[in-house]
Design a binder for this molecule. Structure first.
Ligand code: ATP
Ligand code: MG
Length: 579
């Protein structure tokens, strides 16, 4: 949908608010036109003393009545039109967010958060503003210009012709401003996105910036963007700022000419004084539409650039398509057959993966940093789709399942912990708001959180994160696990989510899982092989390929990688003990 079609569709959809808004606006415009008429006529009558005090009083009251109607109608049009613009802004944000939620994870590695934020916040506002105040001004401008022009012609066609001399010049100016303005607005909006990205990165990484003294570098990058933003904004503002004085200059010049010609007509008695005054008041009225023309024009350019950026997101297709079959339970386990996958960038490949996760077993995934463990897990969650081969759940291709039901069957604890800056209790309730106290106690026990949660200032009601207590890395990881356990899913995937916990605690948690959480099919990714001592099967990945699989004992013998990792970790442990 192009911008004009979008514009029309919005008006059609919200006509119930737009229409009363436009009607009340029209009333304001019409009523406003009576003022010069009344003033002109009164002056004409005063000039020939054809009016008494009563007549003046009535006219005074009429003018007050007109002012009252105008104020009431002004309130109403603002209410109706701004209301519909806010509704459109609300719907646009809702639709963009819905679209964003539907995108695969690869979309977010290509698009930066700050950029997306600026589209959802800033660009939607630019479009909303055009649909609200911009549309009012455009409509007002056209109606007022036509009616005021009509009245001017009624008083004197020849003076109207003189008054309209600058009009073609103004149109030419706008025509030449269009290209540069549109280009600059696009650039301003893109720069705003980049600035948001920088601010977000800098605040999130503030500890590193301070520690590595990156302030200078980061600040230079930020200053560069900020400078460009200032430069482009200045260009736009200068063009904007130039427009009004030019229009004003022309109109004042024309007023000079009109004083000469119009005044001459009054002197010659071919025009009444009151009519001439009324004519100049209409000229005053027509200056506003001419000025508004420039303002609406720049609002339009800004909104059009913003809409192009919004469409950039809305037009993208999600290539991970949900199937129809509902996944109720993982009866027969999951198997990967001849699976190949590569990132779009071609930077990394998973090749010929043939593995099986049997129901109610614990499978470990081991391998060196960057060997593809997280990528492998993401395939099971359908955050990416395989290039060839098949992933089967209960013997059915994973692509046939409804994605929501697939993800509803899996509790996933990602490698990077994310907790909401809210109380511990609310973080757990986020997974299931009806969780009982009994269940809370159990998940905290299994994830080994009981002890430290008890010692927090407000126990389970302690607020964590930005607005509250900062937890240690290991505490955060255990809480994230507890939150995943609340979901009570038949399948749990833990992606190296206990890396900051000591090996004893990790072992204890995994044992808890096996004993107190039996029946669950678990996949545990870990750097620490001690986590796998009790695993039913361990898959060793090496640079995107399965190097070998088996239990701890067999892998110690047959897997070169597992063996060397194990020996290295044994030495580290001995060294630790000696220290
Ligand atoms: N979105 C992506 N686009 C392109 N390449 C990626 C993407 N994500 C990861 N990679 C690359 O794929 C490889 C495997 O990454 P992955 O995160 O799966 O490794 P990992 O085994 O989980 O590592 P770690 O032990 O550090 O968690 C890495 O070389 C990484 O650079
Ligand atoms: Mg990983």
């Amino acid at each position: 949908m192009d911008f004009k079609q979008f514009f029309i569709s919005c008006i059609k959809k919200h006509w119930k608010h737009f229409l009363p808004g436009i009607i009340t606006l029209l009333i304001v415009d019409i009523v406003q036109l009576f003022i010069p008429l009344i003033i002109g006529d009164t002056i004409n009558r005063l000039e020939i003393l054809d009016i008494d005090f009563n007549g003046l009083l009535i006219r005074g009251f009429i003018l007050m009545g007109v002012a009252l109607i105008m104020s009431a109608m002004r309130f109403l049009w603002r209410y109706f039109i701004i209301l519909s613009a806010f509704k459109i802004g609300f719907e646009m944000r809702r639709d963009i967010m819905k679209k964003l939620y539907s995108f695969p994870i690869s979309f977010f590695s290509k698009n930066k958060t700050g950029d997306l934020m600026s589209i959802v916040v800033n660009d939607v506002d630019a479009v909303r503003f055009l649909l609200g105040m911009g549309m009012v001004a455009a409509f007002d401008m056209v109606i007022l210009a036509i009616m005021a022009l009509g009245m001017m012609i009624y008083y004197s066609p020849s003076l109207t012709l003189i008054a309209m001399i600058p009009a073609p010049l103004i149109v030419i100016i706008l025509y030449y401003f269009e290209g540069p303005l549109h280009k600059r607005f696009l650039s301003i909006q893109e720069l705003f996105g980049k600035i948001s990205v920088k601010v977000k990165e800098s605040i999130e990484g503030i500890a590193l910036i301070k520690l590595y003294r990156l302030y200078g570098i980061k600040n230079d990058e930020f200053s560069e963007l900020n400078k460009k933003y200032k430069r482009d904004s200045l260009v736009v503002t200068s063009i904007d700022a130039l427009y009004n004085p030019i229009v004003n200059f022309f109109m004042m010049g024309i007023l000079g000419a009109l004083i000469y010609y119009g005044g001459g007509k009054v002197v010659e008695s071919s025009m009444k004084l009151g009519d001439f005054i009324a004519f100049t008041r209409y000229l005053d009225i027509i200056v506003w539409p001419l000025m508004a023309l420039g303002w609406v024009f720049s609002l339009y350019q800004r909104a059009r650039s913003a809409y192009e950026r919004i469409q950039g997101i809305m037009m993208q297709e999600n290539n991970i398509i949900s199937g129809d079959t509902k996944l109720n339970s993982i009866e027969k386990g999951i198997s990967l057959k001849n699976v190949d996958f590569s990132y779009e960038t071609g930077s990394f490949k998973l090749e010929n993966i043939n593995v099986e996760f049997k129901k109610s077993t614990l499978t470990g995934i081991a391998g060196k940093i960057g060997c593809g463990k997280t990528t492998f897990i993401n395939l099971l969650l359908r955050l990416h789709d395989v290039n060839s081969g098949v992933i089967e759940i209960n013997g059915v291709d994973i692509k046939n399942y409804n994605i929501k039901s697939l993800r509803d069957s899996i509790a996933y604890v990602p490698q990077e912990v994310f907790l909401f800056s809210d109380s511990i209790l609310n973080n757990l309730r986020f997974a299931d708001e009806n969780i009982s106290d009994e269940e809370i106690k159990k998940v905290l026990e299994v994830s080994d959180c009981n002890e430290f949660v008890k010692n927090l200032p407000n126990g389970i009601n302690t607020v964590v994160g930005e607005r509250g207590v900062s937890l240690s890395g290991g505490q955060k990881q255990r809480l994230a696990l507890a939150r995943a356990l609340v979901l009570k899913r038949p399948f749990i995937i833990m992606d190296d989510c206990l890396s900051a916990v000591d090996s004893e605690t990790e072992k204890r948690i995994l044992e808890n899982l096996k004993e107190k959480w039996h029946g669950t099919t678990s996949i545990v990714v870990s750097h620490r092989l001690s986590a796998f001592f009790t695993a039913d099967n361990i898959i060793v990945l090496d640079n995107g390929k399965v190097e070998s699989q088996g239990n701890h004992q067999t892998l110690k013998e047959k897997s070169v990688i597992y063996k060397s990792m194990f020996e290295k970790q044994q030495i580290e442990k001995e060294l630790e003990n000696e220290l």
